[in-house]
Design a protein around this ligand. Structure first.
Ligand SMILES: Cc1cc2nc3c(=O)[nH]c(=O)nc-3n(C[C@H](O)[C@H](O)[C@H](O)COP(=O)(O)OP(=O)(O)OC[C@H]3O[C@@H](n4cnc5c(N)ncnc54)[C@H](O)[C@@H]3O)c2cc1C
Length: 604
C-alpha cells in the first residue's frame, strides 16, 4: 500500500514490526521479502514516483576531496533510488574479494563467497538476469557469432570475465504494483527520515522521526529498523542522529562515514587490433547495451579482462576490470551529448535538469556532429571508428581517511546537515592502473590480438584528466562490516554493533569493494538479511528463552554461529538481553541435543 505522507495527520505515530528507511534496490527487495513472510513493515521513502527538484536537492553537499560528483543524476532520490539511473551491469564479487589479503590493509569480509552463493542465485529473478552462469565459454558458445569471440590469452597473467546486464530493472516501476497490492507493507512516500531516536544509553532504537518537505511530521516505532538509504546517506543519517551520542549513532569507534569507496574509472592507451580481431564486439562497451549481437538467453552480456588472482597476489595489486571503448566521430561534441541525454531519457534514466527543448535546440545548432554521432551509434560501422581506448576500473583501497562527514556550515531544507564527501585514492590504486594495463598490453601483443600504446604511467603523479569525477556511482564502505566493533560498524548479519535492533542494508556495509559492480551484491546481502530478520522475528514472537531459541534455530540454521547470532538478536531486539551472544558451550549443547533428536527421527 502507498501512503502520501504529505496528507497524513500532523505528528502521526505509526507502529510496525519492521521499519525500513529508503526505497531503493535494498529497501524494496527487503520489503518484498517481508511481505511474502507476512511481517508488518513500514517503508519510508524520501521521494515519490517521479523525480522532483526539491527532493533531489536533499542529496547535494560539499566535495572536499578528489573532484567528485555525488548528486544530480549520480544518485536517484525517489521510489527505486539509483535503480532509476543505473546501467544494469551485474557480476558477483570474485571469491578472493572476500579474503583478507595481506597486501591490502583493512581488506576482507567476515565470511566467504559461499555464504552469499544461494542469495546470488536468487538475484537473477529479482534483477531480471539470465541463467546463473558467468563462465565466458558458456556465453561464447550460446552467442555463437564470428564477431563475438573470446580473445586468446597466452601469458596466463590475464583472464576474461563476464557480466550480465539487468534490463535494467528500475525497482520503483518494476515492483510498484506489487507494493501497491501488499497486505503487510505500507510505503510512505515523501517521508524523509531525519533522526533516529534511541533509549538514553543509545543501545536500542525507539523510533524514527520523519518529515516531508511540506512540513508534515510523523514518527515510526518498530521492533526492528533497517537503514537502506544508500552508501552515502546511511552514514549521514547515523552521524546526524546525535542527540544521545554526540559523535552520531553507532559511532563509538569513530568508524561511521570512514572507508568511503567508489571504483575509480578512467580511459587510457590506444589499441590497434590486428585484422583478425578488429570486428570483435565482445569486450567493447559500444556494443554492449543496445546491440543485439552480444546477447543470448534473452540477456545482454559484456566481457571484461582482469588479472589472474595469482598475479594480483604476486604483484600485490588490487582487483581491476578492463574493457575497450571504440570512439566514433562527433563523440564528446555538444550535439552528441544532447542526443545521448535524449536517449537516456527514452530509457527512463533519471537525469537532473534535463530539458528536451534545450537539447533539441543544441542538436539543431550542431547538425553534423549530431547526425554523424547518431548514425555511428545506431549502426556502429567499424570503418568509422576513430580510435579504441582501454576503459578501466580499479578496486579502491579501504582507506579510513576517505570519508563522509557532516558539513559544519550547510543544512538542507529539512534542517539536516548536508554531507561532505572526501574521496581519496592512494598510490596502490595508481600502481594497479599502470600494472594492470601493462600486463594486459603485453598479453595482447604476444597473442597477436593488438598493438597497444599506453598512456604515461600515473603512479607517483597527479590523477589524469580522464579520471571520471563521478567515480562509477558506486558508494561503498561507510558502515563497514566486521566481526569486531573496533573495526566495523555492523556485524556479519548487518546488525549495528552496540545497537540491538538496528540493521543496515546496501553497499555501505561492504568492507572491501572488489572490482565488480555492487548492486547484485547489495541484492544478495539484502535477501540474506531478510532470512535473518524473519528468523529473529519468528523467535521473538515464539516467546522462547535464549537457549530454546538457539535450539530451535538449529532446525533451519546451518551453524552454531548462525544460531548464536539469531538467538542473540532475538533476545536483544526483544529487550531480554543486551545483545551479547550466548555462551558457545550452551549453544553447542543445544545443537547436540537437536542433532541427536534429528538422528532419532531419521532412524525411526
Ligand atoms: C548512473 C548510475 C549508473 C549505475 N550503474 C550501475 C551498474 O551498471 N551496476 C551496478 O551494480 N550499479 C550501478 N549503479 C549503482 C546502483 O545504482 C546502486 O548500487 C544501487 O542503486 C544502490 O541501491 P540502494 O538501495 O542501496 O540505494 P539507493 O538506490 O541509493 O536507494 C536509497 C533510497 O533511499 C531514499 N532515501 C535517501 N535518504 C532518505 C531518507 N533520509 N529518508 C527516506 N528515504 C531516503 C532515496 O530516495 C532512495 O530511494 C549505478 C548508479 C548510477 C547513479
Amino acid at each position: 500500500m502507498f501512503i502520501d505522507t504529505r496528507r497524513v495527520e500532523q505528528d502521526s505515530k505509526i507502529e510496525s514490526t519492521v521499519c525500513i528507511v529508503g526505497g531503493g534496490v535494498a529497501g524494496i527487495t527487503l520489503a518484498r521479502e517481508l511481505e511474502r513472510k507476512g511481517i508488518a513493515t513500514v517503508l519510508l521513502e524520501s521521494g515519490g514516483f517521479e523525480p522532483d527538484d526539491e527532493t533531489r536537492d536533499l542529496y547535494r553537499g560539499e566535495d572536499v576531496g578528489l573532484p567528485y560528483s555525488f548528486a544530480d543524476g549520480c544518485r536517484g532520490r525517489f521510489l527505486g533510488g539509483s535503480s532509476n539511473c543505473w546501467g544494469g551491469w551485474c557480476r558477483p564479487l570474485d571469491a578472493w574479494d572476500f579474503d583478507k589479503r595481506d597486501w591490502i590493509p583493512h581488506s576482507g569480509w567476515p565470511f566467504r563467497l559461499a555464504e552469499l552463493a544461494p542469495f546470488y542465485e536468487r538475484t537473477h529473478a529479482l534483477l531480471k538476469l539470465g541463467p546463473n552462469n558467468f563462465d565466458p565459454g558458456f556465453w561464447e558458445k550460446a552467442i555463437n557469432r564470428s564477431d563475438v569471440r573470446r580473445i586468446p590469452l597466452v601469458t596466463g597473467n590475464v583472464r576474461d570475465t563476464v557480466s550480465q546486464f539487468s534490463p535494467p530493472a528500475r525497482f520503483g516501476k518494476l515492483y510498484r504494483a506489487e507494493l501497491r497490492e501488499a497486505r503487510h507493507v505500507r510505503v510512505f512516500l515523501y517521508a524523509n527520515a531525519t533522526n533516529i531516536d534511541t533509549d538514553p544509553d543509545g543501545k536500542r532504537v525507539t523510533r524514527i522521526e520523519a518529515s516531508t518537505l511540506t512540513g508534515r511530521r510523523m514518527t515510526v516505532s518498530a521492533r526492528i529498523y533497517v537503514l537502506a538509504t544508500g552508501g552515502i546517506e546511511n552514514a549521514r543519517l547515523l552521524l546526524a542522529s546525535n542527540k544521545v551520542q554526540a559523535a552520531g549513532l553507532g559511532n563509538d569507534h569513530d568508524l561511521v562515514g570512514r572507508f568511503f569507496m567508489d571504483h575509480p574509472r578512467l580511459q587510457s592507451g590506444s589499441v590497434k587490433f590486428s585484422r583478425d580481431w578488429s570486428r570483435n564486439k565482445l569486450y567493447d562497451i559500444k556494443y554492449h547495451y543496445m546491440n543485439s549481437a552480444v546477447a543470448a538467453h534473452g540477456t545482454h552480456i559484456a566481457s571484461q579482462l582482469a588479472l589472474a588472482p595469482e598475479v594480483l597476489e604476486k604483484e600485490k595489486l588490487l582487483n581491476a576490470r578492463v574493457w575497450f571503448n571504440s570512439v566514433f566521430p562527433g563523440e564528446g561534441s555538444e550535439g552528441a551529448q544532447a542526443l545521448f541525454r535524449c536517449k537516456q531519457a527514452l530509457l527512463q534514466k533519471e537525469q537532473a535538469g534535463w530539458s528536451l527543448s534545450q537539447d533539441l535546440a543544441t542538436m539543431a545548432a550542431h547538425p553534423v556532429d549530431t547526425v554523424g554521432y547518431g548514425f555511428t551509434r545506431l549502426f556502429q560501422p567499424r570503418a568509422l571508428i576513430r580510435s579504441v581506448r582501454f576503459q578501466i576500473i580499479v578496486e579502491p583501497t579501504p582507506n579510513p581517511d576517505s570519508r563522509v562527514t557532516l558539513s559544519p556550515t550547510q543544512t538542507d531544507k529539512l534542517g539536516m546537515p548536508r554531507v561532505q564527501v572526501d574521496w581519496r585514492l592512494d598510490d596502490q590504486v595508481r600502481r594497479t592502473f599502470d600494472r594492470t594495463l601493462d600486463l594486459l598490453a603485453r598479453d595482447m601483443r604476444q597473442s597477436g590480438v593488438a598493438e597497444v600504446t599506453l598512456d604515461p604511467p600515473i603512479e607517483g603523479g597527479a590523477w589524469p584528466a580522464s579520471l571520471e569525477k563521478e567515480g562509477t556511482w558506486h558508494h561503498m564502505g561507510t558502515t563497514r562490516m566486521h566481526a569486531s566493533p573496533q573495526f566495523g560498524v555492523v556485524d556479519a548479519n548487518c546488525r549495528m554493533h552496540g545497537v540491538s535492533n538496528l540493521y543496515i542494508a546496501g553497499s555501505s556495509v561492504f568492507p572491501t569493494a572488489g572490482a565488480n559492480f555492487p548492486t547484485i551484491t547489495i541484492a544478495a546481502l539484502t535477501l540474506r538479511l531478510s532470512e535473518h530478520l524473519a528468523r529473529v522475528i519468528n523467535h521473538i514472537s515464539s516467546g522462547l528463552g535464549a537457549a530454546e531459541v538457539a535450539d530451535a534455530v538449529h532446525a533451519d540454521a546451518p551453524s552454531t554461529l548462525a544460531a548464536a547470532q539469531v538467538a542473540a538478536d532475538a533476545t536483544s531486539v526483544d529487550g531480554r538481553s543486551d545483545g551479547i551472544p550466548l555462551p558457545v558451550e550452551r549453544l553447542k549443547r543445544a545443537r547436540s541435543v537437536l542433532i541427536s533428536r534429528r538422528f532419532q527421527t531419521d532412524s525411526a
